[in-house]
Design a protein around this ligand. Structure first.
Ligand code: SD4
Length: 326
């Protein structure tokens, strides 16, 4: 390695260590986990991401911007009744109510969110309206619903027969215990960079199945479920939201990238923050990140987290690396 490169890399390690306040071991000699990307790029969580990416990338290819792309992409998942962890068809809380959380963030740093929203199929579009048509960042519960209705969204029953039957089966034992990767098609977090190099992100979910009524997870929290900084990159999360909220995972990842980590290293470090403190045996968390140049990373606590990547004309599933190996 040239001396200049060595000094540059050493400086990055020092900065990263100072930031996280602990002994960060970033192996800059072994960058095998570094994922070369490119532009434009769309990346999203779980299998349902393939269909969402396709719609998002079409918008970008036709000259559209990243914000329109991320919104349109996740709307596909929200509108699909077979996706039982997002939007219409989502599994309800323990009292049988489908309550939705979503957030969106653009390349200017604007953001909007809704939490504990009921009866509206596409919460991401309500979140965008909050961002663009109110002075606020988040609306919640009945206020969010009233706002959506005022903006012309339709009130619908989101509890499908299939979801209702599963809820009734659950009621028999009423045991609440998160199971790692149980649905394998969870919350959708989607990040995109358009042809102009602008980054946006969206995240939307029906939250953990059988949650306490009123529970809100990480997905609508800017910096927890998703975060974008157009100068640096973006990140999003899936899994047990409480663990993501405690560490503000997506914001942390973007800040780690700002200090010199690549997206893969930053996702891994954010997972390490969780496993250092929490009982993680039954808890899954997965992170995705992209940097400004379209390089990407993914890391989870347990194996089984996968993501859809639309890059260089291909839209394919990939398995994330994980802290627990098998
Ligand atoms: C939540 N993070 O509400 C969401 C749920 C999820 O994989 O992503 N499950 O906690």
């Amino acid at each position: 390695m040239k001396r200049r490169d060595f000094l540059k890399k050493s400086a990055l390690v020092t900065t990263a260590s100072a930031l996280v306040g602990c002994d960060v071991k970033v192996d800059f000699e072994n960058l095998s986990s570094f994922k070369n990307g490119g532009l434009p790029i769309v990346i999203s969580t779980w299998n349902h991401g393939v269909a969402a990416n396709k719609v998002a990338m079409n918008i970008i290819k036709n000259g559209g911007n990243a914000l329109d792309a991320v919104e349109a992409g996740v709307r596909v998942t929200e509108s699909d009744p077979e996706m039982m962890s997002v939007g219409y068809g989502g599994l309800p809380d323990r009292d049988g109510h489908v309550t939705l959380d979503a957030c969106i963030m653009d390349y200017t740093g604007n953001c909007g969110a809704v939490s504990y929203l009921q009866h509206i199929k596409n919460p991401i579009s309500v979140a965008r309206k909050v961002m663009e048509e109110t002075p606020h960042v988040m609306l919640s519960g009945k206020g969010a619903l009233d706002f959506a209705l005022e903006k012309g969204f339709e009130m619908e029953n989101l509890l499908t027969e299939k979801a209702e039957n599963l809820w009734k089966e659950w009621l028999v034992t009423s045991q609440y215990k998160p199971i790692v990767n149980i649905e394998n098609h969870d919350t959708i977090g989607l990040l995109a960079i358009d042809k102009k190099g602008n980054i946006s992100g969206a995240c939307t979910t029906s939250g953990l199945a059988w949650k306490l009524h009123g529970r809100v997870g990480d997905s609508p929290i800017i910096g927890a479920g998703m975060y974008v900084d157009n100068e640096i990159g973006g990140a999003c999360a899936t899994g047990v939201g409480e663990l993501v909220m405690k560490t503000l995972g997506s914001f942390l990842i973007v800040e780690l990238m700002r200090q010199g980590m690549n997206p893969q290293e930053a996702c891994k470090e954010a997972v390490m923050r969780i496993v250092a403190k929490e009982e993680y045996n039954d808890m899954q968390v997965g992170y995705l990140a992209i940097d400004k140049n379209g390089n990407y990373g993914a890391y989870s606590i347990h194996p089984g987290f996968n993501f859809a990547l639309h890059l260089g004309g291909e839209n394919k599933m990939h398995d994330a690396e994980s802290f627990v190996k098998s």
